[in-house]
Design a protein around this ligand. Sequence first.
Ligand code: NAD
Length: 368
Amino acid sequence: MTRTPLQSLLVTGGAGFIGSNFVHFWRKRHPNARLTVLDALTYSGNRANLQGADGVDLIVGDICDEALVDRLLADRAIDTIVHFAAESHVDRSIAGPDAFVRTNILGTHALLKAARRAWLKERSRPHLFHHVSTDEVYGTLGPDDPAFSETTPYAPNSPYSASKAASDHLVRAYHHSYGLQTTVSNCSNNYGPFQFPEKLIPLFLLNALQGKPLPIYGDGMQVRDWLHVEDHCEGVSLILEGGQPGECYNVGGGAELPNLQVIDTLCAVLDRLFATDPALAGRFPDAPPARGLPMASLKSFVADRPGHDRRYAIDCSKLMRELGYRPARSFGEGLEATVAWYLAHEPWWRAILDGSYREPGRAPGGAH
Ligand code: NAD
């Protein structure tokens, strides 16, 4: 099998957080590549995330719709699928796991079947199916355990991570059973532009600006490895260009931190910005610094999430050694840049908070 030409990419979930960052990243690096986004525009998908991505076609549709995927693969001569589409929020999976089983397991399987039909049935064509997954499939670590590696046994603890684990296994099986050329990446907690404000960093940032409580689960000492989304995109790009079919690669940011430290750092960044830019108090009069109080005064401890994994840590030395991956941003730099992005894109997040981002035809304030 010759290496995939990467001429025509189908990016599933490309209107979501990581997918849209990947689309912008790939468009900049490969201005002539053909890019098609397939996205159902669920609550976390947003047309505005793709504003400024010239020549990218957004097809609003469901990855479970096999006939649609068949048509896209044929009509657009797709040679590479980069699969981000998923239900992605752990709390939602605990409240209602069905959507996670449907999209993450059945949806991934629908894509695999369509890929097999398009690429392997008559004449085998150069292709690649890259599946984006999570470090949560590995379960949880004790304080002194070694970080997750690609050979760590799977032990998912939430319906979200169980559904991602199942999809990883299906991708693996399609490689071994049918010879589909697949790669898988398992990454840690991402943060950066366009992240839906239900995840920790954007939720706490926007709550802080509005003077709302910062609800910290349990004792706040759950440890995560924080990965700036552009470093993640770089990792995926290296895998697309040089990864070995059938292989899995961990992608991490080298920033293992307890949630409480992330929240305190975020509060400190905001306090400093309010102290140096008096206009912020006018824009956000309900934020504590506008009333002479520190952002940290909003911290409030709430009951822990059921089955909350205590620690994730990711060993990405395989990706570093084999494909030259290096996360380019420290957590401090990445967080400063993220706060600056949200401050500069208020119409984008206001439209999410008031629900108007879901109105047909509307795409405010999304330029990258
Ligand atoms: P997201 O929720 O922001 O985006 C998911 C996108 O998928 C949305 O645009 C949504 O509309 C789309 N989608 C959902 N169901 C669909 C369906 N049935 N058909 C077509 N499109 C559908 O998620 P994200 O944070 O960007 O995550 C992207 C991928 O990365 C996911 O596979 C997730 O499991 C994985 N991941 C995310 C993180 C993280 O920190 N965000 C960490 C590890 C792995």
